[in-house]
Design a protein around this ligand. Structure first.
Ligand code: NAD
Ligand code: MN
Length: 503
């Protein structure tokens, strides 16, 4: 449980952290904090109030070379890769515990760094990160290899081995959580990892590297390189000695990473990218109030900076007016507030650039003829931070920019349809295929729609469900591979077939 419970308490902790210069902002290689080789740093500006939190090491090619060499050496030494799975399990569980023990500090760093409300940064992000580490750790001594069905004088062994050096490049919307969805299976499987957090949210990753050491993960197993995508991110993606690159971020960069892999060593590339997910409400939805509550949360939670945001609300004509009235009411619970206030549900947008993106999409909605029925503007500018109102457009058609492109802000596009076939057609008419919601009382319609939707996740009569047991990821340009569940281990292991001939 958190020991701070008011805005004042959180604020005074934040002030102390910043003025005492306690925020770790260096790279972490071989168990030590280090400046970048070039000595360059960049300002970490809080979107909460515009304050500079610290200057973060800006890593580049040389840092990537050092970190990858160290990760390789650590991997080859066997200090982590060759210990029994049951031992790695114990350390991973300890890692989860130490993360939880430092929940408040990590939550505060996350909130200050990227603007999400403190009420979620501990309970959703840090606890979710710890769960991912624990779940993957607990799994690793329960996964068996295989024997092939061979002739009597042969043995065919099919074994899984760690890939070696994994580079993980992660986004800013759930910084510690996305990192741990990768670290869980990557570390549990025995790999060494070089983690590159987003330049917009590096602080929890940097702090977590030290926590891993405290938990007993050997030095060199988890290295962290803060810096920009086009510098250190690119260096890792082009590196000849990175075996696997795992990524969460935009589709645009995901495609670029496939090119980098092709131009370098053909490293395995696993991508979790964007979405424009349809949340489909049929006339026979079992509970319209619940659907409205869920639709509002699906676009306003985390300021809409969620890859699975229910950003296209597809509503059947018969319930459109009633549903829109209910959603407008629900949205009152999601008006922006100060992120350090535990009552706040919607915090700051990650930075000024993202705010400008969101506002320009809102403008395009108006310009292309959608009807703005709620929100639409920046708020709380006087506090120096960047905040935007949850925004609803109705009368959207699926060809408008706000229906096609991922906004990554709290902007809901409401599209009306008639019947299941049209819902499926509009739902699938997207370059993305990450997630979808379906609201109906008809079990056949629910299953038929779920089967017809080309998306990695379908939620029936709720939105955004699942836990560590369910794979997370998408079809089409939403990416490949899956985070979470045992399927995630596919990304962090190679399969070896050893065939033995008996005399
Ligand atoms: P982004 O693609 O701009 O950046 C993601 C990461 O890639 C950052 O660490 C960035 O520094 C790095 N990067 C940028 N250019 C690079 C390059 N040339 N080479 C190597 N690395 C580079 O994405 P973002 O704005 O940080 O995050 C938002 C995006 O993430 C959204 O599109 C969202 O849908 C997606 N996302 C997807 C999932 C999922 O699981 N599918 C989850 C969360 C977020
Ligand atoms: Mn930041």
């Amino acid at each position: 449980m958190s020991t701070a419970n008011s805005r004042e308490q959180w604020q005074s902790r934040a002030d102390k952290l910043i003025s005492n210069k306690e925020i770790k902002a260096d790279a972490f290689i071989d168990g030590k904090y280090l400046a970048s080789v070039s000595g360059e740093r960049f300002d970490c500006v809080s979107p909460v109030d515009g304050r500079v939190l610290c200057q973060v090491a800006s890593c580049d090619i040389e840092d990537a070379n050092i970190a990858v060499a160290n990760a390789r050496q650590t991997f080859d030494s066997g200090v982590w890769s060759e210990i029994p799975p049951v031992k790695r399990k114990q350390v991973m569980i300890r890692f989860a515990e130490v993360l939880e023990h430092n929940r408040d500090e990590l939550a505060l760093l996350e909130t200050l760094d990227m603007g999400k409300p403190i009420r979620y940064s501990g309970s959703v992000d840090v606890d979710g990160a710890a769960r991912a580490i624990r779940w993957s750790g607990e799994a690793i001594d329960k996964i068996y290899d295989e024997l092939a069905p061979t002739a009597h004088n042969e043995i065919g062994m099919i074994t899984r081995e760690p890939v070696g050096v994994v580079a993980a490049i992660v986004p800013w919307n759930f910084p510690i959580l996305m990192a741990c969805w990768k670290l869980g299976p990557a570390l549990a499987a025995g790999n060494s990892v070089v983690l590159k957090p987003s330049e917009k949210s590096p602080l929890t990753a940097i702090r977590m590297a030290q926590i891993a050491i405290e938990a007993g993960i050997p030095k060199g197993v988890l290295n962290v390189l803060p810096g920009f995508g086009h510098t250190v991110g690119k260096a890792l993606a082009l590196h000849m000695d990175v075996d696997t690159l795992v990524f969460t971020g935009s589709t645009k960069i995901a495609k670029q990473l496939m090119i980098y892999a092709g131009e370098s060593n053909m490293k395995r590339v696993w991508l979790e990218a964007g979405g424009k997910s349809p949340n489909i409400v049929f006339n026979d939805a079992p509970n319209l109030k619940k659907a409205a509550e869920s639709a509002a949360a699906a676009i306003a939670f985390n300021q809409g900076e969620v890859c699975t945001a229910g950003s296209r609300l597809l509503v059947e004509a018969g319930v459109k007016d009633e549903l829109l009235t209910l959603i407008a009411e629900e949205m009152q619970a999601w008006q922006p507030g100060h992120p350090l206030d535990p009552a706040t549900t919607c915090g700051a947008v990650v930075d000024k650039q993202q705010l400008d993106n969101v506002l320009s999409y809102i403008k395009s909605g108006v310009d292309e003829g959608a009807k703005l029925i709620q929100g639409g503007g920046q708020v709380m500018a006087e506090c120096g931070g960047v905040y935007v109102q949850p925004t609803i457009f109705s009368e959207v058609n699926n060809q408008m920019t706000i229906a096609k492109e991922e906004i990554f802000g709290p902007v809901l596009s409401v599209i009306t349809f008639d019947g299941m076939d049209q819902a499926i057609e509009i739902g699938n008419d997207s370059i993305y295929g990450l997630a979808a919601g379906v609201w109906t009382s008809d079990i056949s319609k629910a299953h038929k729609t779920a089967k017809a939707l080309r998306s990695g996740m379908v939620w029936i009569n709720h939105y955004d469900g699942g836990d560590m047991t369910a794979p997370f990821g998408g079809y089409k340009q939403s990416g490949n591979g899956r985070d979470k569940s045992l399927h995630a281990f596919d990304k962090y292991t190679e399969i070896k077939a050893t065939w033995i001939m008996l005399d």
